[in-house]
Design a protein around this ligand. Structure first.
Ligand code: SAH
Length: 225
């Protein structure tokens, strides 16, 4: 049937994406490759963008935001050094795609989004796909979500001027936070912060990246709406 063959075509392209865009660039974690091979990226895109779901690129979604390049999602999840399970926090739900990837890896995922419309549509897609371990909350994610803290890992998918203190404080000891940080709104260095003890944190720069701005209390000022 037409519907089936379309899904099979997406599945084939997804497998090719995992091999040619992710594994080939050095991501070897089975946890990450398995999760990337499962989540249907097309489901998180507006209908006119679905044909590009497995392109090696970020794509526009509504509210002038974007769904990250698959490799970058894989890279960030890999950088969290997860072995499966645990409680995970994402700041910047956007389409909900990366939250679904985290949902494949962790036991429980909380994802925070500042736009109500994006939070609502991500919630609907995640729900329709059966990701009932992923909770979407409409809030300023720079403050984290203390109700469910501590988290084994936190990932921020928008770029801010600094590492928000509340996110560091919501990490479990031994937990990792991966966040793009930069002194301009359009370019950042991806940083991994590991909570070594109650009061000690270790920071490592990873790669140069370009994310949409993190806007909020411990992010950039809202100058657009
Ligand atoms: N992870 C997303 C990528 C989203 S782009 C995906 O897989 O599609 C970054 C998102 O962060 C945008 O939706 C933007 O609205 C959101 N964002 C920016 N600042 C935020 C903040 N302070 N709190 C929560 N979300 C924020």
């Amino acid at each position: 049937m037409a519907e089936e063959s379309e899904q099979q075509a997406y599945a084939r392209r997804r497998q090719m994406m995992v091999e040619r865009q992710i594994a080939v660039r050095g991501i070897t974690s089975a946890v990450v490759l398995n999760a990337m091979g499962k989540v249907p990226r097309e489901a998180f895109l507006p209908p006119n963008m679905r044909a590009y779901a497995y392109e090696d690129a970020p794509l526009p979604i509504s509210e002038h935001q974007s769904i990250s390049q698959p490799y970058i999602v894989a890279y960030m999840v890999d950088a969290l050094q997860l072995t499966g399970g645990g409680r995970l926090l994402e700041v910047g739900t956007g389409s909900g795609y990366a939250a679904a990837v985290l949902g494949e890896v962790g036991d429980e995922v909380v994802t925070l989004e500042r736009y109500q419309s994006l939070a609502d549509s991500a919630h609907q897609v995640l729900n329709a796909l059966g990701y009932d371990n992923v909770e979407v909350i409409h809030t300023d994610g720079t403050l984290g979500w203390s109700e469910k803290a501590p988290y084994d890992a936190i990932v921020v998918t928008a770029g801010g001027p600094e590492v928000p203190e509340s996110l560091k404080q919501q990490l479990a000891i031994g937990g990792r936070l991966v966040i793009p940080v930069g002194s301009v709104e359009t370019q950042q260095t991806l940083i991994r912060v590991t909570r070594v003890s109650e009061s000690e944190f270790c920071e490592e720069p990873l790669i140069e990246v370009r994310f949409v701005p993190l806007v909020g209390g411990a992010g950039w000022e809202d100058r657009h709406d």
